[in-house]
Design a protein around this ligand. Structure first.
Ligand SMILES: Nc1nc2c(c(=O)[nH]1)N[C@H]1C(S)=C(S)[C@@H](COP(=O)(O)O)O[C@H]1N2
Ligand SMILES: [Mo]
Length: 329
């Protein structure tokens, strides 16, 4: 049956985050947001058709990364089939480059990533603003093949290139007061034209508890598939936390700040009942508008069960011992 056409995407392939935002933007424009925010979601969400892939035009491959690439040790890698380069680079969520899955690849040229600096500050002994190429020269790239599970219930397997976040944090020496790490995306509507529309409170921000940030699985990616990171995937530097929903993986980072208090995060601010600070992948806790029990691996026909902590429970469950994972979603 190899020649059979793929079935229509299941209804769960729609893009709930996008629709949530369209609804919110519409209601805000109409001055209705506070009163009716929860009422109309279902109807709008059912009206939308899903799209299997966003890109219409072929995307040129990014240039290869120079120099040797180390292979990650076993528990940090999956041998599951990799999602194709084309799907990884044309089916994206990056709202600063548009709300449809294919928009970020189409608008990728807008995001010029040189020159670029990353500021490391807050509760650190050695704050610094570093040129991206200097920063990257400190860490020889390592390959990590990780599952990525979006909160919208689709998933991919991506061979990232990069280095552990812990390696960068140790260079700036967190103080004893540091308990969280806050991340900020570039704010520049010239290069990220989606920021002209106030669908979210720009710049995009994310955060981790310090112990999560220091976990060896937590990764900063500067490439994928042996190539430089395409803009649509968050060039020049993006976070990858494989046991959490994809929205924690903030793209195009310009600032990393160590804090004493839990930092505000974009999706949590936009819809706190829908997107928690922790956002650990959890098949037992449904999103208010859809189940998280199963997912569609991009490229597959059948849905598959979603695994606790996206299959990384053995490595990370201990971080949450004693924490109520329903209350702390
Ligand atoms: N700055 C920024 N980072 C972001 C997003 C975004 O809209 N803006 N989308 C998030 C979401 S919802 C997901 S699923 C992943 C998608 O990463 P990918 O396009 O590389 O697969 O990026 C995350 N990082
Ligand atoms: Mo996502």
């Amino acid at each position: 049956m190899r020649d059979a056409p793929p079935p229509e995407p299941p209804s769960s392939d729609i893009t709930p985050e996008r629709l949530y935002l369209r609804r919110r933007e519409f209601l805000q424009n109409a001055g209705l947001f506070a009163a009716t925010a929860t009422g109309v979601g279902g109807a709008l969400y059912l009206l939308s058709g899903g799209r299997r892939r966003g890109g219409d035009a072929p995307v040129a491959d990014a240039p290869p990364v120079a120099g040797p690439v180390a292979k990650a040790p076993g528990p940090f890698d999956t041998d599951e089939p990799r999602t194709s380069y084309e799907d990884v680079t044309t089916y994206n969520n990056f709202y600063e480059l548009g709300l449809d899955k294919g928009d970020p690849a189409r608008l990728a040229d807008r995001l010029v990533t040189r020159p670029w600096t990353v500021t490391l500050d807050g509760e650190v002994h050695k704050p610094a603003t570093v040129d991206i190429d200097q920063l990257l020269s400190w860490f020889p790239p390592e390959e990590r093949v990780y599952r990525m599970r979006c909160v919208e219930a689709w998933s991919m397997v991506i061979p990232w290139l990069g280095f552990p976040l812990a390696a960068l944090l140790s260079r700036v020496e967190p103080t004893r007061q540091a308990r969280y790490v806050a991340f900020t995306t570039l704010m520049d509507p010239e290069r990220l034209p989606g920021q002209e529309r106030r669908v979210l409170d720009w710049p995009y921000t994310e955060g981790l508890r310090l112990d999560e940030a220091l976990h060896p699985l937590t990764f900063l990616a500067m490439g994928l598939y042996g190539r430089q990171l395409p803009a649509q995937n968050g060039a020049p530097l993006r976070l990858v936390v494989p046991w959490k929903y994809g929205f924690k993986g903030i793209k195009s980072i310009v600032r990393i700040t160590l804090t004493r208090e839990q930092p505000p995060t974009t999706w949590n601010l936009a819809a706190p009942e829908e997107y928690g600070f922790y956002a650990n992948v959890n098949p037992a806790v449904a999103h208010p508008r859809w189940s998280q029990a199963t997912e569609r691996r991009i490229g597959d026909l059948e849905r598959r069960p979603t695994l606790p902590f996206n299959g990384y429970a053995e490595q990370v469950a201990h971080l949450y011992a004693g924490l109520d994972l329903r209350g702390n979603y």
